[in-house]
Design a binder for this molecule. Sequence first.
Ligand SMILES: [Fe+2]
Ligand SMILES: [Fe+2]
Length: 311
Amino acid sequence: MTILSQTALLHELDAVVEKNLDRHLSVAKEWFPHEYVPWSEGRTFDGPLGGEAWVPEDSTIPEVARTALIVNLLTEDNLPSYHHQIATLFGRDGAWGTWVHRWTAEEGRHGTAIRDYLTVTRAVDPVALERARMTHMSNGFHNAHDEEMLHSLAYVSFQELATRISHRNTGKVTGDPRCEALLARIAADENLHMVFYRNLLGAAFELAPSQAMRAVADVLADFQMPGNGIEGFTRKSVAIALAGIYDLRQHRDDVVVPVLRQWDIFKVTGLNADGEAAREQIAAHLDDLERAASRFEEKRDARHARQAARG
Ligand SMILES: [Fe+2]
Ligand SMILES: [Fe+2]
């Protein structure tokens, strides 16, 4: 079986990109960030305008919801780095270029909407948030396989779905129906992004099954959320997992497994030796995830029981 070069893959997938771009444009709904923000609740801050500084009592949402909102927003904020990566890899011409720009514009809406919401409702410390944004964006973003197109397509297929779940569950824990409505709206966009990338890699599975399988195996082996460069990310992601916003169980059952099922990876034929080996790695990885997820759930249950016993 011939191994296709990046250029050949890009060219071969051209028609699929075009078809899925049309599909995306026909199902994506226009929406406006400003309509989701309760502007009349806003108050001027301290500084040049002489308003009131933020104090922790201003925020009425649980601390873990604040943590998750900050992680989600900083993740959206790093868009220039993501744009750079996909524009470099996919190019800016033809249907690929149209997609890259359209996707960037949609993602840009997410950051705008969440920031406006958090600032107006005083949900988070705006000074700490701005400093965290500066630090995070100053580091930029690199995905682990940024030179390889199929790896990048595999990564974004999982990552967009992971982001969807994270936004949706963050909305739930805020206990604020308006914030939940905004995050549900954003989550719907992330789902369409996932579908686009997943369909592309699906086509790659027909074109170059072993290369696609290798890409998926490699990406799953070292998958990290795009916000992993955020200061204190490990501590934050533990809090997020303990709150059930994004944990290993959801990662396995709601992100990895459904995407793999769409590609029907266990029925793919025509694999070479490396393709078969990659598929076995994926199967082993699913088992590892299952064990780790169960272990985490047991620990979390025990922890919650201890907390309940303490009252
Ligand atoms: Fe987004
Ligand atoms: Fe997205």
